[in-house]
Design a protein. Structure first.
Length: 367
């Protein structure tokens, strides 16, 4: 069992979906980092459930810091915080005890923890645990902001609705657009069409997934720890820790299968006194190390498994085939909430890699 991520910057998660509280402990955060509460508030709000396209469970998600931060500045000691669970309906899950919800971790978790797990709301496997991850990511965003490193993600595809791609020549502008929105699309009309699709799925007692597209600008060349802590390795580890993430693709990814090397190769050139590449098929990473170009990747998130339609499953206590109808408060889509979690996990990973490369004193300031 491992609930800690990172090497020189670590994040340890605790709590369950319907427990008293959830939270995290961050160790390795340098002293002297100014915490911008506006960044924390923005990211926390972007993860919150909103309107008919999200779950009816509404939480304040206000982090209560108990150590590591004083007068808005990090002390250099472990940062610990918790978020209270206030809107809990554990009784919604009484009828589901010992019944495996399709594509949920109920059965797998039961087998691993020998029946001692808290299954209400998914327990420790729930997307609820992404709330403290977003807070940790927001703290790391404050550090990256010092170094003029920007991260942004938009919903690039949902079913057959495709958002416009990032403008590779104006990535910073597009990242700002993404970070200002709760429902992050670059084309507002496509965003409205996606929202209509989610509502349609909800009305049909169904759900939808989608693809997220992420851009990171400002990373210098030379960051990454091959072979096993390469930039792709660390980011993939972090991203697959987000519930419902089922795929990660860097740069042109699987499209390389239809390319010749002459097209796939990113030719180098000098531009404004800097080494750059003409194209960026490799997503800003060569040999597991940043090359100074924007880091580009996509993630795919499956449809929310909790749907109200009748489904076939098993009672793993009685070993019987049964049917299940899931009631309660569930998201018809999580893709729009997951995108800020992707940004948060990117921020945590990049700060860890940067501290590994340059040391703790790379961030923060003396008093």
């Amino acid at each position: 069992m491992k609930n800690t991520f990172g090497n020189n910057l670590t994040v340890t998660l605790f709590g369950e979906s319907h427990g008293t509280a959830i939270g995290a402990v961050m160790d390795g955060v340098p002293s002297g980092v100014r915490i911008d509460m506006n960044i924390i508030s923005r990211m926390v709000n972007q993860r919150k459930a909103a309107g008919t396209i999200s779950t009816g469970r509404k939480e304040d998600d206000i982090p209560e810091f108990v150590s590591g931060v004083k007068n808005g500045v990090t002390e250099g000691t472990p940062i610990a915080f918790f978020i209270q669970n206030k809107n809990v309906h554990s009784s919604d899950y009484n009828a589901l005890e010992n019944v495996a919800r399709p594509s949920h971790a109920d059965y797998a978790g039961h087998m691993k923890y020998r029946g001692n797990e808290d299954a209400s709301g998914g327990g420790h496997f729930s997307g609820r645990l992404t709330a403290p991850l977003v807070v940790c990511g927001a703290i790391c965003m404050c550090m990256l902001k010092e170094k003029h490193i920007s991260i942004g993600t938009h919903i690039s595809r949902m079913m057959d609705i495709v958002d416009r791609p990032f403008d590779e020549d104006n990535l910073l502008h597009d990242i700002e657009i993404c970070n200002e929105k709760t429902f992050s699309t670059l084309d507002d009309e496509k965003g409205q069409a996606m929202i209509a699709l989610i509502n349609d799925a909800r009305n049909k007692q169904d759900s939808v997934g989608g693809i997220l597209d992420t851009a990171i600008v400002g990373m210098d060349a030379g960051v990454g720890e091959p072979a096993f802590d390469s930039v792709e390795s660390m980011l993939s580890h972090a991203l697959f820790s987000i519930p419902a993430c089922k795929g990660v693709m860097f740069g042109s990814g699987f499209d390389f299968a239809s390319m010749y090397g002459s097209k796939a190769n990113d030719a180098f050139e000098m531009k404004d006194g800097k080494v750059t590449t003409v194209t960026n098929h490799n997503g800003g990473i060569n040999g597991g190390i940043t090359n100074g170009m924007p880091i580009r990747f996509q993630t795919v998130f499956k449809p929310t498994p909790s749907i109200s339609q009748k489904q076939k499953t098993v009672n793993f206590k009685t070993n019987e085939n049964v049917e299940i109808e899931i009631h309660g408060r569930h998201d018809p889509a999580i893709i729009h909430r997951a995108r800020v979690v992707v940004d948060a996990m990117c921020a945590i990973t990049l700060v860890d890699l940067l501290i590994t490369r340059y040391g703790t004193m790379y961030f923060g300031e003396e008093r």
